[in-house]
Design a protein around this ligand. Structure first.
Ligand SMILES: Nc1ncnc2c1ncn2[C@@H]1O[C@H](COP(=O)(O)OP(=O)(O)OP(=O)(O)O)[C@@H](O)[C@H]1O
Ligand SMILES: [Mg+2]
Length: 289
């Protein structure tokens, strides 16, 4: 029997009162040659929330995160970060601002030839004049935050997939970011490790009081961490809302993606969309052998 759960309801309430946006994506367009990826995309990331971005493979989710961090530029449109429009800033100010955003890349993007400690320290080495001891202290502190101990001298090849993600996350935390962007944090991990990463995303969100953006196909992860969800399709946002609102939006593209990928315990049998679907399924002729 499918039953409704109390997923993240407690957490979302305290943040709803603060409507200020940490990030606003306004009318962003991005093409690669003839290929249009983003086509007038709008998205609001309210301060202190965890916004999950969903969309099919190739829908431009990773591109969007890279545009938000300034790693690639949009063809048109605006990105506002904490009240400032990024494209109007000079490079020096963009670099300062970039340090307020930590990003966990889809592939973790660790340097294979460096140790874990060197990977986590990389940006600190490049952009600060901290001494070795100071950097070492920050590295240890960030690794502890992601529940990794005693791995400083290992190399990425010696780590499991979950550990690599954690190291990528420790590196993203190096500058005490106000925003953490996660690109597919659970992809390729076993269910137990996925749950641990989901728990870590929630813990960091609460302990560091950060704003989080999580790109994922994994609906278990999405419903376990989200306070808001957005769906991108054909280069635009087609749905946005709290998890409760999202499972009640009657849009076939959204429902195909969300409702039938969502974990059983969050689906409510009273949900008219799910009811209709199950009714329809009962009427289908048996599959041919
Ligand atoms: N540097 C590039 N040059 C040309 N095309 C690109 C480039 N980067 C991305 N694309 C194209 O842009 C589209 C969106 O890519 P993106 O990586 O954002 O997808 P995604 O939604 O993250 O997909 P996935 O869920 O598989 O990670 C894809 O069709 C991709 O081929
Ligand atoms: Mg991607």
């Amino acid at each position: 029997m499918l039953r409704r759960s109390s997923y993240r309801k407690d957490r979302s309430v305290s943040y709803v009162l603060n409507a200020e946006n940490m990030i606003s994506v306004k009318n962003i367009t991005k093409n690669f040659g003839e290929k249009n990826v983003l086509n007038g995309l709008n998205l609001e990331i309210p301060r202190g929330e965890t916004v999950v971005i969903m969309g099919r493979s190739g829908s431009g989710k990773s591109i969007l995160l890279k545009i938000i961090t300034g790693l690639i530029s949009a063809d048109s449109g605006e990105i506002w970060f904490d009240g400032t429009e990024i494209s109007k800033l000079k490079t020096k100010k963009i670099n300062v601002l970039r340090q307020k955003i930590g990003m966990l890349f889809q592939s973790a993007a660790l340097f294979d030839s460096m140790t874990v400690a060197e990977n986590v320290a990389f940006m600190l080495d490049q952009h600060t004049d901290y001494g070795n001891q100071e950097i070492r202290k920050i590295v240890d502190e960030k690794l502890e935050l992601v529940d990794l101990e005693g791995v400083q001298e290992l190399r990425p090849a010696e780590l499991s997939g979950g550990m690599r993600k954690r190291v990528g996350l420790a590196r993203a935390l190096a500058f005490n970011p106000e925003v953490i962007l996660y690109d597919e944090p659970t992809t390729g991990l076993d269910p137990v490790t996925c749950n641990e990463i989901n728990q870590l995303i929630r813990d960091l969100h609460e302990r560091l009081q950060v704003t989080s953006v999580v790109v994922t196909h994994d609906m278990h992860s999405a419903f376990s961490v989200a306070t808001r969800m957005a769906m991108i399709h054909d280069g635009k946002q087609i749905a946005y809302g709290t998890p409760d609102e999202i499972i009640n939006i009657d849009d076939p593209i959204l429902q195909q993606f969300v409702l039938f990928g969502a974990p059983d315990q969050i689906l409510n049998m009273e949900n008219p969309i799910l009811k209709e679907y199950l009714g329809r399924e009962a009427e289908l002729p048996p599959a041919k052998a």
